[in-house]
Design a protein around this ligand. Sequence first.
Ligand code: ZN
Ligand code: ZN
Length: 462
Amino acid sequence: MQRPRFNDATLQEINADFHIHGPRSIGVSKNMNLPHMVHGAHQKGLQLVATGDCFQPDWLKHLKENLVPVAGGGAGGGFVHGDVHFILQTEVEDAESVHQVILFPGFDVLEAIKRRFKPASTNIDHEWGGRPRVNLSPEEIVEIVVDEGGMVGPAHAFTPFKSVFRQGKFDSLKAAYGGQARNVHFLELGLSANTDYADRIGELHRLTFMTNSDAHAPSPVSLGREFNTFLAEAPTFEEVELAITRKDGRRFTRNVGFDPRMGKYNVLFCKACRRRVLVEPAAGGTGVANLLGGDKYDAEFVHHPVASDADYMNYIRKVSAGKVTCVACAKDGKRSRIMLGVSDRVRLLADRPEGEHPPHRADYVTIVSLVEMLRVAMRIGSSGSKALEKLYDACVERFGTEIDLLLAADLKTADVSSLQEQARKYPGLFKTLFDIIGAFRRGEVAFKPGGGGTFGELVFEG
Ligand SMILES: [Zn+2]
Ligand SMILES: [Zn+2]
């Protein structure tokens, strides 16, 4: 196929989510189907969405019947349902229990890769095998995918479970992928890491980072809760590949995702009771950690005092070696290990100073979903309320898309009079909402940190 010649004027910004799950994965909403995904993509403002789980036979059949191939001029083909573009995608778990995101240019390549994976998998055709186990090494997975014309990279690369850089697993891409490391072109940051974290590891500077949702539902809190903006001619596989490998002017311009402190696994945690361990400067630190009175705990947190950064590093090295147990669990006579959070794992792997990025690195933009912002602005506890859902729909209708409202709309001149009737039970709602959006744009937002499997929460006093 002929590659289009680079012409700046024809490039456009495309918002894309490259990792979701299909309805046959455990814990995925029954509403995950193409029409609902299209509706969700419209509201969010995504032009390109991954199919998720495209090895699973029933979902694959559904995709084949409902995705319409489009020839994108010289830009290579793609798929649409309605007016949203889709890219064939799955996640597999390899022999090292590392999750890998795979992207395919078309059904023929998908079938060819599936045929080569099948002898190493007992559940690739399973009714509930959305994310199949493929008992091949990371190196073998990459070799097969690249040989057939797909693209592959590690999923949620730093999370404590099933990730390439998790505690006790691999310390480098080279260690994980051997001779195939050079064929890995992207890395998914996951919900607990951002560009500042990942670029502390010099080996990763050449990679394109992705921020994806890993959505288990097509709703606006899930689909596109993290997304990417890339510059390309069209939302097709070939253009995505050019953007990931940064050729012909195509490139990722923006990773939009959580503040790492909002992620489920940012800080140290106990494997059994799931309390988060907060490392805190000791009051009047003496420089000697064991004189500080030791760990204290409450229902949610263990508080571990440290006197200095060196003290902290010593502590996480001990945690990494499996030598630290939970004081809260010890009270019940149990020995349970403390696990590293994403921020700690990154500190142990870091060989570059904070804030150093390669010139090609896309901006990292911190966001939470509009649903979460509305929940805080409405001063309600649950994001599942009908009133919130209605307000969300009305806001999106008024501003075009969620992404437009959160990242682009001029809030000073925004006229929300058409929304006031719906918001009448919530005095000051739009002022608070716009204050929150403004605080995000300035990077001035506070969080109750996540960890131990629980997401953090947005804190806003306005
Ligand atoms: Zn995964
Ligand atoms: Zn515990």
